[in-house]
Design a binder for this molecule. Structure first.
Ligand code: FUB
Length: 491
């Protein structure tokens, strides 16, 4: 098994590769997803894979930059390095009660169903969309949100039973304060060991964090929302359980320490929270903007997923305001102290170990990668679940970590491709975009984008474990060159 993504085993190539990959090793490995802007990652382990559900930041041509998030992106991995892009698995248009947007999701699995909770724009309520599989499609068939401003306990009331309002007349914040009103959003759902489910949510003010029970059907709230002790609370509630303790974490002290991820602990799910601490200070390459996290186990180890603005920087986005709305998801290990408190996370750029290698001799989906530079993905056929890599231009590339050429290596590379004009080629390189070239596959025209062909080329045969780069080349960087469904090597 490969210990580190950039340490080749085959001694004979080491010197040459070290020379060739000097440029490569200074590049960051994280963020983990490059082809679209994503944020607010919520992780669950299911059937040997880790799934992250993320807000999808987009640019609205009419309104410019803002949190205009119309759908939820899902990515998954089984090795912690190469991520499969499942695309957008839930769309606001599939909300029967009419949610305008889909903010900051949280997914839980119960009795064979996956429940995706999401916030509507600007904290206007929390809906739930359901699917039979983690990768959707998710549909919200409820005719009202699970929790909204009218849910008992969400708004604070004065002695005359009127909702307390701020200076601007917005209900939910401290009376007379300048702050925003209640943001009824950022859900996190925990199903406790006894089967009782709880939702943690709220935002905009320390008085606005809430917990409410859910009914067994997972789509209705049960009883009155209560306000836990969450000092400095701002938004992004998350709860997890470790050794019978409940950890309620959130983005705190927004105005003084922007988007620290902080936490309190308790022996009970709805009360007794105390012992505040910091899990993750505002991460690097985040411009001091917001953060949002989730904490989960995968194959017995604990991780934290969060976001920063790294991909916006990589894409050379110069405008500070625009970068606020161009987020990218990251992941790191999380550790506990002996006394059950959480150690402050050390953010890394390439800190996770690859848990298993890629087998090059099987069909490998093109949309599974450690980094996709310049490309995007889409469904091959509308309504199918098979995705392909599209939007391939000259200079774009895929990086696939830890490809294990066992037993002396392969002699052929094949890929399933479609191309209108046949004006491109794939360079197969090791350990860097400019690394060792082991073969070149010319891509011929398939007549139309809907026609697919398997194309094959001979490669230099070698054994060992390498990071592989499929570097796309063409005559013009303006035109889409070809599309790719999957790749494989043979002997
Ligand atoms: O993604 C929109 C909002 O930004 C989330 O709801 C907040 O938690 C913050 O991450």
């Amino acid at each position: 098994m490969k210990k580190n993504c950039s340490s080749p085993r085959n001694i004979k190539w080491i010197l040459l590769i070290l020379f060739l990959c000097i440029h490569h090793t200074v590049n960051a490995d994280y963020p983990i997803f490059w082809q679209r802007y994503t944020a607010d990652p919520s992780g669950i382990e299911y059937n040997g894979r880790l799934y992250l559900f993320c807000s999808h930041d987009t640019y609205d041509p009419k309104r410019g930059y803002g949190y205009f998030m119309n759908d939820i992106t899902c990515i998954s991995t089984d090795d912690m390095k190469n991520w499969t892009d499942h695309g957008e698995v839930f769309h606001a248009k599939d909300s029967k009660w009419g949610a305008k947007m889909t903010w900051a999701p949280c997914v839980v699995h119960r009795n064979g169903k996956f429940y995706l909770y999401y916030g509507d724009a600007n904290g206007g309520g929390i809906g739930v969309a359901v699917s039979d599989q983690p990768t959707g499609p998710y549909i919200d068939n409820q005719d009202h949100p699970v929790v909204g401003m009218n849910t008992p306990g969400v708004l604070l009331y004065d002695d005359n039973h009127q909702p307390i309002k701020n200076k601007k007349g917005v209900p939910g914040a401290i009376a007379g304060s300048e702050n925003w009103g209640m943001w009824c959003f950022d859900p996190c759902v925990l199903i406790d060991d006894d089967g009782q489910a709880y939702m943690y949510f709220g935002g905009a003010h320390p008085d606005n964090s809430r917990i409410i029970k859910l009914k067994e059907n997972m789509v209705e709230a049960d009883g009155v929302a209560i306000k836990p002790n969450t000092p400095g609370f701002f938004e992004a509630s998350f709860v997890h359980k470790y050794k019978n303790k409940y950890y309620l974490s959130y983005a705190g002290h927004y105005f003084s320490k922007p988007a620290n991820i902080e936490y309190v602990m308790s022996d009970k799910p709805m009360e007794g929270f105390n012992n505040p601490g910091v899990i993750l200070p505002n991460p690097p390459v985040n411009d001091g903007f917001n953060n949002h996290h989730s904490i989960f186990q995968f194959k017995g180890e604990w991780y934290i997923a969060y976001h920063n603005r790294k991909v916006a920087y990589e894409n050379n986005e110069q405008d500070h305001r625009s970068r606020e709305y161009m987020r990218s998801v990251c992941i790191d290990r999380l550790y506990y102290n002996e006394d059950g408190t959480i150690q402050t996370v050390k953010t890394t750029r390439d800190g996770l170990k690859q848990l298993k290698n890629i087998d090059p001799y099987q069909r490998n989906e093109a949309e599974t990668m450690a980094k996709g530079y310049g490309i995007n993905t889409e469904f091959k056929v509308k309504g199918s679940s098979n995705r392909i890599v599209n939007s391939i231009h000259d200079g774009d590339y895929l990086k696939i970590c830890g490809v294990h050429f066992a037993n002396g290596g392969a002699s052929k590379f094949s890929a399933s491709l479609s191309s209108l004009k046949g004006n491109g080629r794939i360079e197969i390189r090791l350990e860097g975009v400019n690394g060792l070239l082991i073969g070149t596959l010319p891509v011929s025209s398939t007549g139309s984008w809907d026609q697919w062909q398997t194309m094959t080329t001979a490669i230099k045969q070698l054994g060992g474990v390498y990071d592989m780069y499929l570097v796309f080349k063409g005559d013009s960087d303006k035109e889409e060159l070809f599309r790719m469904d999957y790749w494989t090597f043979s002997k």
